[in-house]
Design a protein around this ligand. Structure first.
Ligand SMILES: NC(=O)c1ccc[n+]([C@@H]2O[C@H](COP(=O)([O-])OP(=O)(O)OC[C@H]3O[C@@H](n4cnc5c(N)ncnc54)[C@H](OP(=O)(O)O)[C@@H]3O)[C@@H](O)[C@H]2O)c1
Length: 289
């Protein structure tokens, strides 16, 4: 292995999209350290083969201590559903991590972000915080790579409630659904070349399906029915039941009704390898695992 002397700190490595990245980095021969609020919990999720550093991305000193000796830091944080919490995680969390990495002399910081993250399209608390987080990373002066990923296939099961999967809003845009496994391979590959430094990459999967088409495929696999609901109805239901998650999801899905994928995956695919896993293949893998 050529990567055995390189160490990467993963922040949010126990998360849905952080765990596959940590696993892939480890499989590719990197030393992987995980920042964990609870080392016991992180060990039970991740298993053996990792270093663990006690810490919290709200605490600069714990970040700097965890980053000692690291060549890279991968950020997988998630805010919400309140506006203040998106700011805490996606903006100020990213800013604090990037500034700590610069101070410690880390070689590069990689960050998961999303498409439609631009000043023009920042029409929700989440997208505004992501725009500010990306800007804070760039202006920190540390070398960076940003992954503007499309919708992950792993998100589909989250929309299942009982015997149905909720199709929220009029989602007309074709989306190149990506498997976390493909994305993780691309993040790990980015650490293996300097051509990826100081760039934003669009991470899109191999085939375009509207959300309705993707949900139909997943529904057949999971044995559930697709249940359409308007963003307005979900927002009203959220307000009536004081359910902040529903209200926030309605806002998020209004954003995606409006904005389709932007950017081109061409450079990411050329430098990091083209993703191959289709939604049907991904569904089959879920059955096996
Ligand atoms: N779903 C999609 O299709 C999609 C597409 C593009 C981008 N994204 C973005 O991907 C990002 C990651 O999503 P995800 O689903 O992987 O999130 P997630 O599962 O909620 O993971 C969040 C991680 O952060 C850790 N964490 C939380 N607070 C922390 C703190 N104060 N200090 C240290 N660690 C802390 C959590 O660890 P513990 O709780 O175990 O401590 C967990 O490992 C989000 O920003 C999301 O917007 C998602």
């Amino acid at each position: 292995m050529t990567n055995t002397n390189k160490a990467v700190l993963v922040i949010g490595g126990t998360g849905m999209l952080g765990k596959p990245v940590a696993q892939q980095l480890k499989a590719d021969g990197f030393k992987v350290r995980l920042l964990a609020r609870s080392i016991e919990k992180a060990k039970s999720i991740m298993g053996d083969g990792y270093e663990f550093a006690q810490g919290d991305y709200e605490d600069t000193e714990s970040l700097k201590a965890a980053m000692q000796g690291c060549d890279g830091v991968h950020i997988n944080v998630k805010g919400g559903p309140s506006e203040a919490d998106y700011e805490r995680a996606d903006h100020f969390g990213v800013k604090r991590i990037a500034e700590a990495a610069k101070a410690v002399g880390v070689g590069r910081v990689t960050l998961i972000s999303a498409y439609a993250v631009s000043e023009e399209k920042a029409d929700t608390p989440e997208s505004r915080s992501k725009v500010r987080g990306e800007a804070a990373l760039v202006s920190s002066g540390v070398q960076y790579t940003i992954f503007r990923a499309t919708w992950f296939m792993e998100t589909l099961p989250i929309f299942v409630q009982g015997k149905s999967i909720s199709l929220i809003g009029n989602q007309i845009h074709p989306l190149h659904w990506i498997a976390a496994e493909d994305y993780a391979r691309m993040v790990s590959k980015s650490y293996q070349t300097d051509e990826t430094l100081n760039k934003e990459f669009y991470i899109f999967g191999p085939e375009a399906l509207t959300m309705g088409e993707a949900m139909k495929i997943y529904a057949e696999h999971a044995g559930v029915k697709v249940a359409p609901i308007s963003t307005k109805m979900l927002s009203v239901m959220g307000a009536l039941t004081f359910n902040a998650e529903w209200k926030s999801t309605a806002t998020l899905m209004t954003h995606y009704e409006r904005w389709g994928e932007d950017g081109s995956p061409e450079e990411a695919n050329r430098l990091l390898g083209t993703p191959t896993i289709t939604l049907k293949e991904w569904c089959k893998k879920q059955t096996k695992s």
